[in-house]
Design a binder for this molecule. Sequence first.
Ligand code: 5MM
Length: 329
Amino acid sequence: MTIQEVALALVADGKGILAMDESSGTIEKRFTALGVESSEDTRWSYRYSLVSVKGLGQFISGVILFDETIRSKDKQGVAFTELLAREGILSGIKVDMGAKDFEGHPGEKNTLGLEGLPERLKEYKELGASFAKWRAVITIGEGIPTDDCIAANATGLAKYGKMCQDAGIVPIIEPEVLIDGDHTIEKSFEVSKKVQEKVFEALNVQGVALDGMILKPSMVISGKECAEQATPEEVAAQTVACLKATVPLGVPGCAFLSGGQSDEQAASHLNLMNKNFTDVPFKLTFSYGRALQREAMAAWAGKDENQDLAREAVLKKAKVYSEASLGTL
Ligand code: 5MM
């Protein structure tokens, strides 16, 4: 498949992406919250359940894996990527090395991982990856984000994007504006718009082909601690307005992250966008991590015998978000 075909397939009607690319630290945090130890065995048990769901391919176009998982196999020696392929699901890989403290800029992060990336991409392609993901993190707070932080993260995303396309891999470009803080939805709009504009400027400078990439944005939403929370209709309207103002023609689609929203919010916001705005020139779908996995992980609860419960839970959630991506929920 060409990168253009992969990008289109990722945002095919009624389909979205399952993000299960938690780094070692993040998966440990999630397991610990359930009282489960994070070991190679427990991670395998949980993640095996997610890649072996019969019927998942009806709702999920691609799954983002972590380095450990893209190398994993089932008990018969079949690679996880092959199990996914049998369901018609594309495999993706997280390639950033994490958001690190941005020197000289207290409270801000810059995502690293460009060093040696072309070699890693080559290996991941051989392992079955057709797309990749890199997440940049922007925090809203007193005097932040700074222009320096936005520029550094936009450049990182764009350089990663170009390296991916040169390797025949579709880059998912993820500039996450965090929901943490007491900012208003207006502030979220202002920052998201600026960040997305700078990201597309940087993508242009690096020569990233717009039809061979997917944007993974956060929604325009009130900060978690904001006293006055915007309504779901406002979130949908502001998010669509922001993307229409920043996403150039040619980008096949945007696949949102859930970013700490509840499952219900993640479903209703996406549904309202697709129901109320039918003139958007690109697809609006999901690339959820927590909103797809929360119930599945709780159902699994560290026990192999609960794998079927995890499978049922993730399938159920995938169907809900699939309907939301069509605006028919
Ligand atoms: C699944 O988590 C991904 C990796 O995060 P870390 O590098 O922090 O371990 C993360 O990038 C995820 O893909 C996105 O944030 C979307 O997940 P949510 O939970 O926000 O929908």
